[in-house]
Write a protein that binds this ligand. Structure first.
Ligand SMILES: *Cc1c(COP(=O)(O)O)cnc(C)c1O
Ligand SMILES: [Zn+2]
Length: 421
């Protein structure tokens, strides 16, 4: 038994630390409860610093770290005196060293370690981009096998900052398959003994890994912010940020407030926004995401396209928004395009699309009076620095090992073929 317990938020069932994703009794999220109430940073180069609040036994040895800095350019432009930017990407002069350029890397390093500690020897993940790249990178660094399933459209995002290794099994699906088909195939592969699903929002290793962005930010700011801005797809990152602040509030050194979650979705696809604005705890697909497939085709930030976010379940986004008196924003592609240019000009670093949506939400919040000029504001740039990275290091392409026809592909054949490679 380690220094933490994993408990169900609804029925309170306490699980021994280990490979647990679902409560036996209900649909609630599980949460980690750490015996260290006060976060003592470990002497480690990257995420390992936050070991007290990570659900792994061994201290992570990755050098990867997010970083937070006080904004000057954007802050002045918006008339804000305490605007901080959490940069989960590559900006080494500020200390941000996520070489796959998104906050998915925070969860990938943590989850890979968790897999081995739970007795798994491989992990399977379906993704349309940043998650796939982050897990491929974690696989290259640890040698742990990763089965990564992507639609053909995602291949262009499958690059790495290190040479790809044989432990990366990139599997593409024939044209006509989408993200949902990938998820289905991944679920079938996860039934093979020893191959673990990454678990999505339900996996505490993923959420607590992502929470490191908030931990790092609060330590840099010296206090829990009043507002937190982020673009959301599943909402996992926002739930993680909220949970980090619950722990930081208990810690006692950083204030006893929670940040108001101010979250952005990419119009026209915005199921969380619509359900929240209607005051509903449920997402009703016909109302909140009619013609979802068509809507998703129109959005600029494709990683914000999850059709099944953990919204209603106990401990999910509805709870996080309620607990923090949160606000949702619907942001258009054009608004985000303008915000991207503005951010890049004023802060001097390139950002990925979702960071532009978060920035656009902040601009709107200033206009609408949802933040005050002296409030402590944290803007999470969840991805960025790719242009900057390319100046510093070589980028390698990950080649797919096979293409399968669809979600009903023969799983045993896939595994045997991959193991023979
Ligand atoms: C996945 C992703 C998001 C959305 O995060 P969720 O946890 O799915 O809400 C935002 N920004 C970037 C860069 C991402 O890769
Ligand atoms: Zn339960």
């Amino acid at each position: 038994m380690g220094e933490f317990e994993i408990k169900c938020l609804e029925c309170g069932k306490n699980y021994d630390t280990g490979h647990v994703i679902y409560c036996k009794n209900d649909t609630s999220l599980l949460r980690t409860y750490y015996s260290a109430k006060r976060l003592e940073l470990k002497n480690a180069p990257g995420l390992g610093k936050f070991h007290d609040w990570l659900p792994v036994q061994k201290i992570l040895d990755t050098t990867a770290s997010p970083a937070t800095f006080k904004s000057e350019g954007l802050a002045e432009y918006l008339g804000l005196s305490n605007l901080y930017i959490a940069f989960s990407g590559y900006l080494p002069e500020k200390g941000a060293t996520l070489k796959t350029c998104s906050f998915k890397e925070l969860e990938a390093h943590t989850t890979m370690q968790w897999v081995t500690e739970c007795g798994g020897h491989a992990l399977v993940v379906a993704s349309v981009g940043n998650t796939a790249r982050a897990f491929a990178y974690a696989s290259a660094l640890t040698g742990i096998d990763a089965y990564i399933i992507v639609p053909p459209s995602a291949l262009k995002k499958m690059w790495l900052p290190v040479p790809p290794t044989d432990s990366i099994h990139l599997i593409t699906m024939e044209k006509g398959n989408d993200y949902a088909d990938g998820i289905e195939l991944a679920e079938r592969l996860a039934e093979v003994p020893g191959i673990f699903p990454e678990g999505g929002a339900r996996n505490v290793a993923r959420r607590d890994g992502m929470a490191c962005a908030m931990l790092e930010a609060v330590i840099s700011m010296g206090k829990i912010p009043d507002h937190y801005f982020q673009a959301v797809g599943t909402g996992t990152g926002a739930i993680a940020a909220w949970e980090a602040c619950l722990r930081l509030r208990d810690d006692g050194r950083f204030g006893n407030n929670l940040p108001k979650l101010q979250l952005a979705q990419n119009l026209p696809f915005a199921p969380i926004l619509h359900a929240w604005e209607a005051g509903r705890r449920e997402i009703i697909p016909e109302i909140d995401m009619p013609n979802a497939k068509e809507q998703i085709k129109q959005i600029y930030a494709d990683v914000l396209s999850n059709r099944n976010p953990p919204y209603s379940i106990t401990g999910g986004i509805y709870y996080a928004l309620t607990d923090t008196d949160g606000i949702m924003y619907g942001v258009t592609n054009d608004e985000a395009g303008d915000a991207k240019k503005l951010f890049e000009k004023l802060e001097g670093i390139d950002i990925l699309a979702p960071s532009a949506f978060a920035t656009a939400a902040l601009i709107r919040a200033v206009e609408e009076g949802n933040v005050l000029p002296d409030d402590y504001i944290l803007l999470h740039a969840t991805g960025g620095g790719f242009e900057r990275l390319k100046q510093d290091i070589s980028i390698y392409t990950i080649e797919p090992t096979m293409t399968v026809s669809g979600s009903d592909a023969d799983v045993e054949e896939i595994v045997n073929f991959q193991r023979s490679q």
